[in-house]
Write a protein that binds this ligand. Sequence first.
Ligand SMILES: Nc1ncnc2c1ncn2[C@@H]1O[C@H](COP(=O)(O)OP(=O)(O)OP(=O)(O)O)[C@@H](O)[C@H]1O
Ligand SMILES: [Mg+2]
Length: 166
Amino acid sequence: MGNLGKGAYGKVVLAKKGGKLYAIKQIEKKKLAKECKEYQAFVEKELLRKINHPGIIKLVKCYQEPKHLNYVLDYCHGGDFTTFLRFNYKHFTNDMRRFYIAEIVNVLEFLHGVGITHRDLKPENIMLSKDGHLKLIDFGTAEITRCTILDQKFKDDIEKQKKAVA
Ligand SMILES: Nc1ncnc2c1ncn2[C@@H]1O[C@H](COP(=O)(O)OP(=O)(O)OP(=O)(O)O)[C@@H](O)[C@H]1O
Ligand SMILES: [Mg+2]
């Protein structure tokens, strides 16, 4: 149904099922493999599968195709925060500033509380939901060593993969 965004390893497309819109992050396996960055996609999938927080994008399901890993995400109707800032920043009131800062701090407190560092916090990775709340996306570069919601075996495997390509 059209492109929503493009990244280093693929793109995000809009899809509709049962009258509901979704954003599908399509990651090119070949591009990941070329840079030995498969672990980044595993980290993103595993974190999004385990996290349940209103300020973080929800992973509905994931599936593979021969050339792609597909992550089906809830669609954020409000678009990305970069575009939002570009058009609205001049009209921000102090209440709006406080609201968005509080939403970001709330998510970061939650993440740091469970030992996750996002490491790529920027307006392009913050989306707006239909009701105007912020949703953090893009967990491919998150640091998970101290993460308490992932299995130790998963974290050990990721560490091994990271060391192998370092
Ligand atoms: N759930 C969503 N709803 C609407 N748009 C989305 C959603 N997820 C991602 N996008 C759009 O796709 C873009 C890329 O998504 P994401 O940051 O997850 O991919 P990426 O490949 O890691 O990109 P990069 O590494 O360049 O940041 C976002 O900046 C946003 O514009
Ligand atoms: Mg991104």
